[in-house]
Write a new protein. Structure first.
Length: 256
């Protein structure tokens, strides 16, 4: 679905290109559940924004279904990639179902008229995620965990092969974290969706993801959870940490 070739990402400052992550060579296939990890400021959000075409990359290539990402219109991109932001914004006077229905906007365009097919997709998404009891409730009256499920449902209603989530568990309590991650794992397996989610929760990432993307010191390494945790560079996750080596070893051993 997505493949990058020697991708360099970052930003421009006073006419100079500042690389945050260099020489990224990764690929994403249907059914992949990918956890993106790294310390704050390592480049996780920059990578997500780049893959979503929210910002330009410095050099290299990003191919979506063998077509350069920059050649997609916004509407074409919305039919291929859906996005769930980390911030739970207020949505006044709208029910959960109506919010989920907005996922069909790339197909209904400005008219916003839902076809029978659109309604079937929306109802199927609600049933798949088991949120029937939330459908007619005001979005702002839901708990953070319920809101995140509704936002995932909106992304799923968008009917894209790739879903990207920026720290989806950051606002959730422990049961909510595991509940939402179980939903993502189910979608990747049963719906054959490729899903990328960034997280600081190592236990969530290593217990559920098929692939880990680990960013450190301006590079990205990709591998299975076992491959990443056995990589000697993985200790960079504790860079600038006050944890002792013994405490670090204990955390790392818990990820096996």
């Amino acid at each position: 679905m997505i493949k990058t070739n020697n991708l360099n990402i970052g930003y421009t400052q006073k006419g100079d290109s500042i690389n945050i992550v260099s020489d990224i060579n990764i690929s994403i296939n249907k059914g992949d559940l990918i956890a993106l990890i790294g310390i704050n400021g390592s480049g996780k959000s920059t990578l997500i924004r780049t893959l979503l075409k929210f910002q330009d990359y410095i050099s290299g290539d990003v191919l979506l279904n063998n077509k350069n990402l920059n050649k997609y219109t916004n509407n074409e991109l919305a039919k291929n990639i859906s996005y769930v932001a980390s911030k739970l914004t207020e949505q006044n006077n709208i029910t959960a179902k109506d919010l989920i229905s907005l996922g069909r906007l790339p197909y209904t365009k400005w008219f916003g008229i839902l076809s029978d097919k659109d309604k079937h997709i929306i109802n199927n998404v609600i049933n798949t995620l088991g949120i029937e009891k939330l459908a007619e409730k005001e979005f702002n009256n839901l708990s953070d965990g319920e809101k995140q499920k509704v936002l995932v449902a909106r992304a799923l209603a968008q009917d894209t092969d790739l879903i990207i989530l920026d720290e989806p568990t950051s606002h959730l309590d422990l049961p909510g974290k595991f509940d939402l991650t179980a939903v993502l794992k189910k979608l990747s397996k049963e719906k054959n969706k490729a899903i990328i989610f960034s997280t600081h929760d190592l236990n969530i990432a290593f217990a559920n993801a098929k692939i880990i993307w680990f960013i450190y010191d301006n590079i990205l390494i990709s591998g299975t959870p076992q491959e990443i945790v056995q990589n000697h560079n993985f200790r960079n996750i504790f860079k600038n940490s006050s944890l002792s080596e013994q405490e670090q070893n204990k955390i790392i051993s818990s990820l096996y």
